[in-house]
Write a protein that binds this ligand. Structure first.
Ligand code: FES
Ligand code: MG
Length: 582
């Protein structure tokens, strides 16, 4: 790597002249007590902060930012912290996914419009990681990801409980009459007992692992607990490193290559990662000009053993994952088994992913299992196609019941999530364990925002019989902390005219994960007739709100197979801004 401390800095386009413009750019900044020499050739490093008290997973980020700043200062840089929209999974209605693209626009425009030579991306909660990578990728300046880290293990009744996963389990147990409401409520305080993100291998942990597997963070960024002192050391080291990356001109496009995405897809299979990664990786790749197809998940991911034994697929939580060796341990195991597709992929520390991990230790074979003793032999994400999902659907085999992965059953149809909620508790609902629960109008345009409602809770009367899983199909997403034989991301969605919209109660549906097939067992003629009738019918799913950001979202969002980005946001627009502001 060539280090050229004389290469022109982007920030000099603001601060490098002594004319009227230079005066204006510097003068207002000086109101913060910044001495003149700070503007003389020091790399200006943005710290893009998703801190918010409404995003509890990211609420500790101001402290992390201070450690990043210390590293930047030590390396001779000039840190400037700035806020961007924070998409918080737990509070934001109708779903945080609705605002992922909004946040990405905020990130992109903040970076491009401001004097920054590089940026540190402070991410944590699910959507914040893809949003910041998407925005930064569209600008293509040097960037490094610093994740906030997972929460400590939840504790309840003397046992460890995992974020999200415990909620699904406990709420089903309450409905089945197995635990009291008092026990349910007391788990609430014990589940989230420290700063940090969900401690299961949910979407936040998955995307943290994806950022590390892509090479956009320092090793171990994904798993160090939020409150572990080593998290602050990593923040400090990332601050030091980003300054060097400026001199090396190590921009995101040199890291986020097709090879990096192939590594990430393989790693997602090995960790039992969230289905949401399919959407987010596609969106990030689109911003940097890398083409990913749904079938890449079949070709690269399927067949990879899932070796990380974490909830919701397995037993442990992120704390144990870090103590067992974290993502470097997984990469080592994959590399030793010739399962890391691109060992030479470059990472932000200037070394290849394999150089970073070839001697990484694994301390606990139960948490990070060996390749010949995996949690799931054939992990990854199953991509389904057929007349019910012409543009694809996904299912996570490690979270599914093996006996249901080839299944034929009769549809019980819910027109939308509200219809599901009013109908599912009906004791007279015509449903049994072999039925297939179908929910429409929960996709990107339909919900809108493609909420995480795909893992529909089972009918209470079947739960009471001890039924634990059924085939469920929708155009929704599912929380990465959830589990079940759940077909998600059906595309096109019902609200975009997809065939999901014409399924009726009693229709036979065939799911075959091994063949990658999702089939509605009606004739093509019947299919066409129903489509025509639907086109003529009044749209009962029209959005309740017109205008505003939600309108932009519905009008411009791409389908799940395309990453749910806005059509006009796909692509890298670079960081040049030739025009001055005054
Ligand atoms: Fe924020 Fe899970 S809700 S990481
Ligand atoms: Mg989540």
């Amino acid at each position: 790597m060539t280090i050229d401390k004389k290469r022109p800095l982007r920030s000099a386009e603001w601060f490098g002249s002594n004319d009227k413009n230079g005066f204006m750019y510097r003068s207002w900044m000086k109101n913060q007590g910044i001495p003149d020499h700070e503007f003389q050739g020091k790399p200006m490093i943005g710290i893009c902060n998703t801190w918010s008290e409404l995003t509890p997973c990211n609420a500790h980020f101001r402290k992390i930012a201070e450690h990043v700043k210390a590293g930047i200062l030590e390396a001779g840089g000039f840190p400037v912290e700035f806020p961007v929209f924070s998409s918080g999974e737990s509070n934001l209605r109708p779903t945080a996914m609705l605002t992922r693209n909004l946040a990405s626009i905020d990130v992109e425009e903040s970076i491009r419009g401001n004097p920054m030579d590089a940026v540190v991306l402070l991410v944590g909660c699910d959507k914040t990681t893809p949003a910041l990578l998407m925005g930064a990728a569209s600008c293509d300046i040097p960037a490094i990801v610093v994740t906030g880290g997972p929460m400590l293990n939840g504790k309840h009744n003397g046992k460890d409980i995992g974020s999200g996963t415990a909620v699904w389990q406990l709420s089903e147990a309450v409905k089945a009459g197995q635990i009291s409401m008092h026990e349910f409520m007391s788990a609430e305080a014990g589940m989230s007992r420290s700063a940090g993100t969900c401690n299961t291998m949910g979407t936040a942990s998955t995307m943290a692992c994806m950022a590390e597997a892509l090479g956009t963070s320092l090793p171990h960024n994904a798993a160090i607990p939020a409150v572990d002192a080593r998290r602050y050391v990593l923040a400090h080291m990332s601050g030091m490193r980003i300054v060097e990356m400026v001199w090396e001109d190590l921009r995101l496009s040199k890291i986020l290559t097709r090879a990096a995405f192939e590594n990430a897809i393989r790693v997602n299979a090995a960790i039992g990662g969230s289905t949401n990664a399919v959407i987010h990786l596609k969106a990030i790749a689109g911003r940097i000009g890398v083409n990913l197809e749904l079938e890449d998940w079949t070709n690269i991911g399927r067949g990879t053993p899932t070796i990380v034994d974490l909830q919701p697929s397995g037993r442990f939580l992120m704390e144990e994952f870090y103590y067992a060796g974290g993502l470097p341990g997984v990469l080592r195991r994959l590399g030793d088994g010739n399962l890391l597709p691109h060992k030479d992929a470059l990472t932000v520390n200037g070394k290849s992913i394999w150089e970073n991990t070839l001697s990484a230790p694994v301390y606990n074979d139960e948490v990070i299992r060996t390749l010949d003793n995996p949690l799931i032999a054939d992990g990854g994400i199953c991509i389904l196609r057929g007349n019910l999902a012409p543009r694809g659907a996904v299912l996570k085999p490690s979270a599914a019941s093996p006996e249901l992965m080839q299944h034929r059953g009769r549809a019980v149809v819910f027109e939308d999530f509200d219809h599901y909620k009013t109908r599912i508790n009906d004791p007279d609902l015509d449903v049994d364990a072999s039925s297939v629960l179908v929910m429409k109008n929960c996709g990107p345009k339909g919900y809108p925002g493609m909420a995480e409602v795909g893992n529909m809770g089972l009918p209470p009367k079947l739960l009471a019989q001890g039924i634990k899983d059924m085939v469920r199909i929708s155009d929704a997403r599912m929380s990465g902390t959830a589990y079940g034989t759940v077909v998600l991301h059906v595309a096109p969605e019902a609200a975009a005219g997809g065939p999901l919209g014409i399924v009726q109660d009693g229709d036979w549906i065939e799911l075959d994960c091994h063949a990658g097939r999702l089939h509605l067992d009606i004739s093509d003629v019947e299919m066409a007739q129903r489509q025509t009738a639907r086109a003529a019918a009044v749209d009962t799913n029209a959005p309740t709100m017109k205008g505003g950001y939600q309108q932009l979202y519905i009008d411009r969002v791409l389908q799940a197979d395309e990453g749910c980005d806005f059509d006009f946001l796909v692509g890298c627009r670079g960081s040049a801004v030739p025009k001055h502001s005054h």
